[in-house]
Design a protein around this ligand. Structure first.
Ligand code: NAD
Length: 361
């Protein structure tokens, strides 16, 4: 029986419309091949929404997202809107979307593609075969904890304060996402904390250990964040799935992503407890190359694959897309950002065409 899904498309700004068009073509073809039906609805966000309505996240856009099974976002932002007041900036739309959909879990894979190993700054033997998923808590921890602010002390000196705090339920819900994610991968979960120094980390560790009783098939380990940073560049292959809080995850997910060397290739997913997740490339709107058919659409296409795997539970369709990406790279097709000697240069649209051909084969 045909499975129906409502997908909200948020092309946003810059290269967004170009790369999302490629992902939609790929999804339409995969739908035919896997007996799926996607009902796409497009809505404005970011600068595009500011131009249309004066608001970077119109209420209608948020409602459309809430009423869908998954949200495929490209990127927002650009020079044109850089000088607006904070509440009218494109980035405010993105934060509003995350808050509005209750997206507390951010999944960022860092997978080395054999064809792009030389783009990594690390040695081949260190990065070959790396396949890590960082699960980062997104709506708690030190970025949101109270009290925060810059206060005057009794002596009149200024003092800046942020508070790293997690409740048991906040830890449990991100822990569950991480254990479930590890189950869909290599069934190894490493929890990163600073439990030797921070009480908040001690609670984090206690809760993750307590949760592990529900997931006896997942092998759990713990590592301090400073050691995790070292191990990520020393021998990243030891990691499968990593779970950590907001601050540590912010830093470690960027470090892990850069093992792969190419920003135009990295997808991500942000998930809530219920309701649709948001699937988007890690990169921004690349205004410097917008409208020139130079953008690499593969991070967007791989984000669509993550949507199929983690949002719609269609792993076979996701796998097919990921294999097609590997195939076009094997065939030597490269956009400018991942170009190397002897390869075949293509633009955004042509990369889309060869992807469709690879899917048809
Ligand atoms: P960026 O990721 O947009 O671009 C950095 C560099 O990488 C640029 O040279 C760009 O041309 C290149 N690049 C990025 N994606 C590419 C792709 N798919 N193919 C080929 N080249 C690619 O980061 P930036 O320049 O710091 O930011 C530009 C705008 O994007 C800003 O307005 C920023 O606020 C916004 N931004 C949005 C998001 C998001 O929507 N999640 C994330 C980061 C930045």
């Amino acid at each position: 029986m045909t499975q129906n899904y409502r997908i909200t498309l948020l092309p946003g700004d810059g290269i967004g419309p170009e790369i999302i068009a490629v992902a939609v073509d790929v999804l339409k073809l995969i739908a035919k091949q896997h007996d799926l039906n996607f009902e796409f609805q497009e809505a404005p966000i970011g600068g595009a929404a500011i131009d249309l309505t004066g608001n970077p996240l119109p209420e209608e856009t948020l409602q459309t997202c809430r009423n869908s099974d998954a949200v495929l976002l490209a990127a927002i932002g650009g020079y044109k809107w850089d000088n607006l007041p904070r509440h009218q900036r494109p980035e405010t739309g993105l934060l509003g979307l995350r808050a509005g959909l209750g997206l507390f879990a951010n999944l960022r894979p860092a997978k080395i593609l054999p064809q792009l190993i030389d783009a990594s700054s690390l040695k081949r033997e260190v990065v070959e075969g790396v396949d890590i998923m960082v699960v980062r808590e997104l709506t708690g921890g030190i970025y949101f904890g109270e009290p925060k602010g810059i206060f005057a002390t009794e002596t009149g000196e200024k003092r800046g304060v942020n508070t790293m705090a997690y409740t048991q339920s906040e830890i449990d819900r991100i822990g569950r996402v991480a254990f479930e994610t590890a189950r869909k991968r290599g069934s190894k979960l490493c929890s990163v904390d600073k439990a030797n120094v921070l009480e908040v980390s001690q609670l984090w560790r206690d809760r993750i250990i307590a949760l592990s009783a529900e997931y006896p098939d997942v092998e759990l380990s713990h590592i301090y964040v400073d050691n995790a940073a070292m191990q990520l560049v020393r021998w990243p292959k030891q990691f499968d799935t990593i779970v950590t809080g907001n601050l540590f995850g912010d830093i470690l997910s960027d470090a892990a992503a850069m093992l792969t060397g190419s920003i135009g290739m990295l997808p991500s997913a942000s998930l809530g407890a219920t309701g649709p997740g948001v699937y988007e490339p890690v990169h921004g709107s690349a205004p410097d190359i917008a409208g020139q058919d130079k953008a690499n659409p593969l991070a967007q296409v791989l984000s669509a694959a993550m949507m199929l795997r983690y949002g719609l539970d269609q792993p076979a369709a996701a796998e097919k897309i990921e294999q097609a990406v590997l195939k076009v790279l094997d065939q030597g097709y490269r956009t400018g950002d991942i170009m190397s000697e002897g390869m075949k240069p293509v633009g955004c649209r042509a990369m889309g065409d060869v992807l469709l051909q690879a899917l048809e084969q």
